[in-house]
Design a protein. Structure first.
Ligand SMILES: NC(=O)c1ccc[n+]([C@@H]2O[C@H](COP(=O)([O-])OP(=O)(O)OC[C@H]3O[C@@H](n4cnc5c(N)ncnc54)[C@H](O)[C@@H]3O)[C@@H](O)[C@H]2O)c1
Length: 333
């Protein structure tokens, strides 16, 4: 069994701890939070030691794997601290607030000989997995049009640090990055991004259009402060078919195939069910399997750093009102 520990006992730390407890291949041995009540509550719930200092926990407990679930501006220093103690790291997304820091974290872990995994959980949602398969099957040689929307109440209502872009990165770096990582995996290298962001005290809305080399356009929307329940939706359309879906994740995807030429029928609807599996469990289990086998994960640390770079480019475009070119190498020009 792999000995795991969690740093940060807030929303995501509780999820990581809960999944480790129920996973046969993992043993949660300790948790840590600078807020005593948060550390104590999760430590007691999980029946493990709790700490107020990450360093003390790493020194005493010597976990093999550490989940980092602290506010985003603290990800990189804590990733580095865990790596210094020889622990493999599973860090919540986004890996860092800037691509420079993200790339430094990837190099740091490689230099210390520890694996770094980043929780881009959308890759593990059943509907998005099915969508990825659909996009692959369609080929999309001539390019397609992708729309995705992700919206919910402002997280700053619950945790104040989300309101400060210097701490959370704002809605593009924090929320849209889910879809940015997803379109990188689905469509490859983008050529350019053009974005718009509107921030007020109570809302942060962004829309970004990524243009890919084969002509595919991906239009992403992310919205904090949406006055309704949290939801996501996506649609991919190309000449051959439309695939659409979204929340709730257990629902069928809708696939409408264009009629073959000469056919008497129009579009054919083929809904297909997906089994609802917990994506956080699947993600952590996948990372632990990769650790045990040495296999590359579905989403690598380099992918996570690149997602930060694309998000950064979208922020830059939103701030300047100009499109930003993305080259394949990883430099914002
Ligand atoms: N994958 C997802 O679906 C998802 C969803 C929400 C948040 N997140 C990400 O997870 C991370 C955490 O978000 P959250 O909503 O759990 O935040 P949160 O504010 O609920 O929890 C963070 C916890 O970290 C603790 N903390 C702060 N500094 C610390 C330190 N030095 N050592 C130990 N603990 C410390 C805080 O006291 C707090 O309890 C963020 O990066 C966020 O973007 C991911």
């Amino acid at each position: 069994m792999i000995k795991t520990a969690v740093i940060g006992c807030g929303g995501m730390g509780n999820i990581h701890a809960d999944r480790y407890i129920s996973m046969p291949e993992a043993q949660l041995i300790a948790v840590c939070d600078i807020k005593e009540e948060a550390a104590e509550a999760l430590g007691r719930l999980a029946g493990v030691n709790y700490y107020l200092s990450a360093q003390e926990m790493l020194e005493r407990e010597k976990p093999e794997v550490v989940s980092i679930a602290v506010p985003t501006y603290l990800h990189v220093p804590l990733v580095q601290l865990a790596a210094d103690y020889g622990a493999h790291v599973i860090c919540e997304k986004p890996l860092a607030l800037t691509s420079r820091e993200a790339e430094a974290a990837v190099r740091y872990c490689a230099g210390r000989g520890v694996r770094l995994f980043v929780g881009h959980v959308v890759r593990f949602f059943p509907s998005y997995r099915q969508l990825a398969e659909g996009i692959k099957q369609l080929g999309g040689a001539g390019g397609g049009i992708y729309h995705a929307k992700r919206a919910g109440s402002h997280p700053g209502q619950v945790q104040e640090w989300f309101r400060d872009p210097a701490l959370s990165g704002g809605v593009i770096i924090d929320l849209m990055i889910h879809d940015i990582d997803y379109i990188r995996a689905a469509f490859g290298d983008a050529v350019e991004v053009y974005a718009f962001e509107h921030q007020t005290e109570t809302m942060d809305y962004a829309s970004a259009t990524f243009r890919f080399g084969n002509g595919t356009l991906a239009q992403l929307e992310a919205f904090w402060g949406y006055p309704g329940s949290f939801h996501t939706s996506f649609e991919y359309a190309c000449a051959e078919a439309i695939i659409s879906g979204g929340t709730p994740d257990g629902e069928s995807l809708h696939i409408r195939r264009g009629a073959a030429s000469g056919s008497a029928t129009g579009f054919v609807e083929t809904p297909s069910s997906v089994l609802l599996k917990d994506p956080y469990y699947e993600e952590l289990e996948h990372f632990l399997h990769c650790l045990a086998s040495g296999a590359e994960p579905m989403v690598t640390a380099a992918d996570a750093a690149e997602a930060v770079r694309w998000a950064e480019a979208a922020v830059q475009s939103g701030a300047t009102g100009l499109p930003v070119q993305l080259n394949a190498k990883g430099v914002i020009r």
